[in-house]
Design a protein around this ligand. Structure first.
Ligand code: BYC
Length: 346
């Protein structure tokens, strides 16, 4: 595997190919005549899912399907928005104008992803404001990963390489999700995420070839972000509450452990190109299975972080609440303006 600064992350082009194939499949599904179940709504839903066509907002769907999608899409949207904080921490301290411009664009992209996803969730009959309030009151979650601090500039590189890398591996299959608005949003998001991963890889590549101190800083960041990144994929399959049903509905296409393994296989090879070490003595390629053996993350830690006890949970939510309160006048002015326009038009 070779790398040229600014180029594609080695071993990641296959994922972009999968996004392109999913995009073509989405178009083909839209053109195929609709699968039906006659008068029976539930049979109609099952037929559409079985035929790999898409469920659209106006279609009948089981209440559990709708609820699962609202939970997952909202959690995903919240993750994008909260995910702006750890990186935002470094915008004013990026080491060059170029790095600063790139990071600014990346953090703006995350806001955009949040918006596509809130819009996709709204097609299921919930408002963005409701979802936002559920985040702020702790009734809905966001990804565990954003509860860890960004201590050095190298953390921005590690987030791009490992966190965005894990995000892509998890999200490319969502481009084939059975719910049309979510699948379409994911196509665009995945294309952008692949640039995000490139910027992280490029930061680490540069640091790993810099001074001894820069190299040590890069290694330290990888040491701290590796296991939290593995934990992003969720609990092991044996403890995953939603996987079986979500896979039957074709919301999820692969299990948590399958995707975690795919991420390890991809990342272990990229680490050798970077010249950095993944902090796992047990990491080893297994000829027989064609996969890397690895040490699982500490799932008790994942559960503690998910339930509010990570290093930065309180800080992240306090920051979001303050931003929500500070923005009240903008929402009120926009609503007053819209009401005035409606009145004038009437
Ligand atoms: N963090 O039954 P399971 C990004 C929860 S954004 C928190 O396996 P499921 C990026 C889970 O919700 C990254 N909670 O659940 C942005 C469930 O909760 P309930 C976000 C987690 O849904 C900015 C319970 O544990 N990506 O990459 O089948 C900058 C049991 O789990 C986590 C997405 O949201 C976790 N890590 O599978 C850079 C992708 N893991 O029932 C990067 C979409 C599990 O108690 N989401 N839980 O409420 C998914 O693919 C799935 O929801 C998951 C979990 C694989 C995450």
């Amino acid at each position: 595997m070779e790398y040229q600064s600014g180029g594609q992350v080695p071993g990641a082009s296959g994922l972009l190919g999968e996004v392109a194939e999913a995009e073509a499949a989405l178009r083909a599904a839209a053109e195929r005549s609709g699968a039906t179940g006659g008068e029976d709504l539930a049979a109609g839903f099952d037929a559409v899912v079985a035929a790999d066509q898409k469920i659209e907002p106006r279609d009948w769907m089981p209440e559990g399907y709708r609820k699962t999608l609202v939970r997952q899409i909202a959690q995903h949207a919240h993750s994008e928005i909260i995910g702006m904080q750890p990186e935002g921490n470094w915008i004013s301290r990026a080491p060059s104008l170029k790095r600063k411009a790139i990071l600014l664009a990346k953090v703006q992209d995350e806001a955009g992803h949040g918006l596509y996803l809130y819009a996709a969730a709204e097609t299921l009959g919930v408002s963005r404001d409701e979802l936002y309030r559920m985040l702020l009151s702790g009734r809905q979650k966001y990804s565990s990963i954003f509860n860890y601090p960004t201590l050095t500039w190298a953390d921005v590189g590690a987030i791009g390489w490992l966190v965005d890398g894990a995000a892509i591996v998890n999200q490319v299959p969502l481009c084939r999700c059975s719910y049309g608005p979510y699948a379409r949003a994911m196509i665009r998001i995945c294309k952008e995420e692949s640039f995000h991963q490139r910027q992280g890889f490029d930061i680490l590549y540069t640091l790993a070839r810099g001074t001894e101190a820069q190299r040590a800083m890069a290694q330290d960041a990888v040491d701290r972000w590796w296991y939290p990144s593995l934990a992003m994929f969720g609990p092991p399959d044996t403890e995953s509450t939603h996987s079986a049903q979500s896979m039957a509905w074709k919301i999820k296409r692969f299990s948590n452990d399958e995707l975690r393994q795919k991420f390890v296989d991809m990342t272990a090879q990229q680490a050798t190109v970077l010249g950095l070490r993944l902090p796992d003595d047990a990491l080893e390629y297994d000829e027989g299975s064609g996969h890397y053996r690895y040490t699982a993350p500490d799932f008790a830690e994942l559960m503690a972080v998910i339930s509010g006890d990570g290093p930065c949970n309180r800080q992240r939510i306090a920051h979001r609440r303050a931003a929500y309160d500070d923005g009240a006048w903008v929402r009120e002015s926009a609503a007053a303006y819209a009401a005035k326009r409606r009145e004038r038009a009437a």
